[in-house]
Write a protein that binds this ligand. Structure first.
Ligand SMILES: Nc1ncnc2c1ncn2[C@@H]1O[C@H](COP(=O)(O)OP(=O)(O)O)[C@@H](O)[C@H]1O
Ligand SMILES: [Mg+2]
Length: 250
């Protein structure tokens, strides 16, 4: 198995408050890894360190390394890092006053390399890959925010995929969605596996069990357990993990 992304003793702070402590974790290429843990344990901060977003917070500080194909992203151009390691957020956030097609290619358009015909092709391909194309193809000029919540989130995933990232980070991408939209997105994530490396935060352990190959459990800023999802849920090694997955704490 190949390692795509790896943290080495990653620590993070907000001002004086340390919220991640020496997290070392290797993510396998073209697999889905779920990050689970109670609210406030540092999951969002952790993935924001993986594409250099944590440092955008004026109080944010990071120590340790994050290796992408063996190269420390903290020695790379942050914009380049964020192009290679895309992100999807909890709340669908299509750009307002922008059409479905313009939303889809908003990121690539900034790089200015593609012709109009190329962009149209990217729109179609990206929307097809998230199963949205058939639903919206007759009116691609409609505003992105006029879509339903689940469609908006698929649009945001399409926008991230259009950049052809090597890794995609998702921070509780279904927590604002209804059950039907949630299962469509779970299906989509399972389909992305084998094409791209996916790292997804979820506070829903059932979701982690359904969609991931590997599961990591963070608690109070520390990595408690990491392993094959099936083993993680069937025979957790740590008593804290066991308490968490049996729902005995928040
Ligand atoms: N912008 C911020 N400023 C200060 N502290 C923050 C900020 N965002 C999160 N924190 C704190 O950092 C810790 C980890 O938060 P977070 O990474 O959001 O956890 P999770 O995603 O697991 O719920 C929490 O104690 C939280 O209160
Ligand atoms: Mg969070």
């Amino acid at each position: 198995m190949a390692i795509k992304l790896e943290t080495e003793k990653l620590s993070a702070w907000f001002g004086k408050k340390q919220v991640l402590k020496d997290v070392s974790l290797a993510f396998e290429e073209k697999k889905v890894t779920a990050l689970v843990g109670p609210s406030g344990c540092g999951k969002s901060t952790f993935i924001r360190c993986l594409n250099r977003m944590h440092e955008l917070n004026p109080d944010g500080r990071v120590e340790g390394k994050v290796l992408l194909d063996g190269e420390n992203i903290y020695g790379m151009d942050p914009m380049d890092v964020r192009r290679k390691i895309g992100m999807v957020f909890q709340k669908p956030n299509p750009f307002p006053n922008m059409s479905i097609s313009d939303n889809t290619v908003a990121g690539i358009r900034l790089s200015g390399e593609k012709s109009k015909a190329d962009l149209e092709e990217v729109v179609e391909r990206a929307l097809k890959s998230v199963g949205l194309y058939e639903e919206v193809k007759d009116d691609l000029k409609r505003s992105g925010t006029s879509l339903s919540g689940g469609q908006q989130q698929r649009l945001c995933i399409a926008r991230a995929l259009a950049m052809e990232p090597e890794v995609i980070l998702m921070d509780e991408p279904t927590s604002a969605l209804d059950p039907a939209s949630t299962s469509r997105i779970e299906e989509l994530i399972r389909k992305l596996r084998s094409e791209i490396t996916v790292i997804i935060i979820t506070h829903n352990v059932g979701q982690a069990a359904r969609i991931s190959d590997m599961t990591a459990f963070l608690y109070l800023g520390e990595l408690i357990e990491y392993g094959d999802t099936k083993e993680f849920f069937e025979s957790p090694k740590s008593p804290i993990t066991e308490r968490y997955i049996t729902g005995r704490f928040g």
